[in-house]
Each structure stands twice: as C-alpha cells, then as structure tokens.
Design a protein around this ligand. Structure first.
Ligand SMILES: [Zn+2]
Length: 105
C-alpha cells in the first residue's frame, strides 16, 4: 500500500500517512463503516424504545382486567362470558380456559 498523496510506502493497517499526514483509503473505509455503525446503533435504540412501548401498551388492559377478576373472585360475583373470552384472547390463554371451565361447574 502506498500513500495516494506523497507516494510513500505505508503499513497495511495505516489509516494516516506518517510522511504527509493525509488520510489513507483505509481511513476513509473505516470512517464510512463507523458512519453505518452509528446509523445502525440509532435504529437499534429506536427498536428498543418501540419494543418497550409495545410491551407496555398491553399492560393498560391486562392489569385492569386482572384486578377486576381478582375483585370478582373475592366477592364471589361471576364474570361475564365476554370478559372470559377477552381474558383468553388478550391476557392469558390458560386463565381464559380456566375461567370458562369454572363456569361449567
Ligand atoms: Zn503521504
């Protein structure tokens, strides 16, 4: 590898020419790589934020539904079939099945 500005022979891993101080091709490549890396990092962070957001949204209904069911269970008041189906679909499949089986008794 030779410097493209002064023609001095360079070490393969050199990013800057020791003779003229100009950036080598390797430096350019490294720079563009780190640019892509930074962009990837930004998208990774966005992905994390979005996934956290999508994980938190279901808590808006899973927690209230669990609270309602606990209260109903404590008071001995049966919950509606609609509630059971919603629980099955949106909270827990097993809990929903158990609720529906509990109704049959
Ligand atoms: Zn040079």
């Amino acid at each position: 590898m030779y410097c493209q500005y002064c023609g001095k022979e360079l070490a393969d891993e050199a990013v800057v020419c020791p003779n003229c101080g100009c950036a080598t091709d390797k430096f350019q490549a490294q720079k563009s790589n780190s640019g892509t890396g930074s962009a990837a990092k930004v998208f990774m962070i966005i992905g994390c934020v979005l996934s956290a957001f999508y994980l938190l949204i279901p808590l808006c209904w899973t927690i209230p539904m669990t609270v309602i069911y606990c209260k109903r269970l404590k008071q001995g008041v049966p919950v509606g079939t609609g509630f059971k189906i919603c629980s099955l679909l949106f909270v827990s499949l097993i809990a929903g099945i158990l609720m529906l089986c509990d109704d049959e008794k």
